[in-house]
Design a protein around this ligand. Structure first.
Ligand SMILES: [Zn+2]
Ligand SMILES: [Zn+2]
Length: 138
């Protein structure tokens, strides 16, 4: 009885179908962890939480979103500071209640315009991470 197929290097019982990305061992589908693409021997060595490259990629994506959020927050605060200066100390100011900025003033078009600007920035800040996630097709 000839054996054309290579047997799994871990269990030695079933035909090898996969190659461990860490040690290069040829293993069967029961002896590979498809979430890490490593044989069970390497999975045990590194632990179940070991996710090479994928984890780093997610971390960098999260970092990018964090930086975008910080920048947008900064822009929002600049807009609010400008609004406070333009409206004037006696006429009004900017109050932050939670994440929602509220501009109170003596009326007129300018405070309303600035209010819209600040709201747009804050809405963008909150929606952008979801939008980017959606655009990546997840
Ligand atoms: Zn096996
Ligand atoms: Zn391995």
């Amino acid at each position: 009885m000839s054996r054309a197929e290579t047997l799994c290097e871990v269990c030695g019982a079933r035909p090898a179908r996969y190659v461990c990305r860490n040690c290069g061992a040829r293993v069967c589908r029961y002896c590979i962890d498809l979430s890490t693409w490593m044989c069970v021997r390497c999975s045990e060595k590194f632990g179940p939480d070991f996710l090479p490259e994928v984890g780093d990629f997610m971390a960098s994506e999260a970092m990018k979103l964090l930086i975008i959020g910080v920048v947008l927050t900064f822009v929002g605060f600049i807009l609010m500071a400008v609004a406070s200066l333009l409206v004037g100390g006696s006429a009004g100011g900017v109050v932050l209640i939670g994440p929602f900025p509220i501009i109170f003033g003596s009326g007129g078009a300018l405070p309303a315009l600035l209010l819209v600007l600040v709201l747009v920035v804050f809405v963008a800040m909150f929606l952008l991470p979801f939008l980017l996630t959606w655009l990546r097709g997840e």
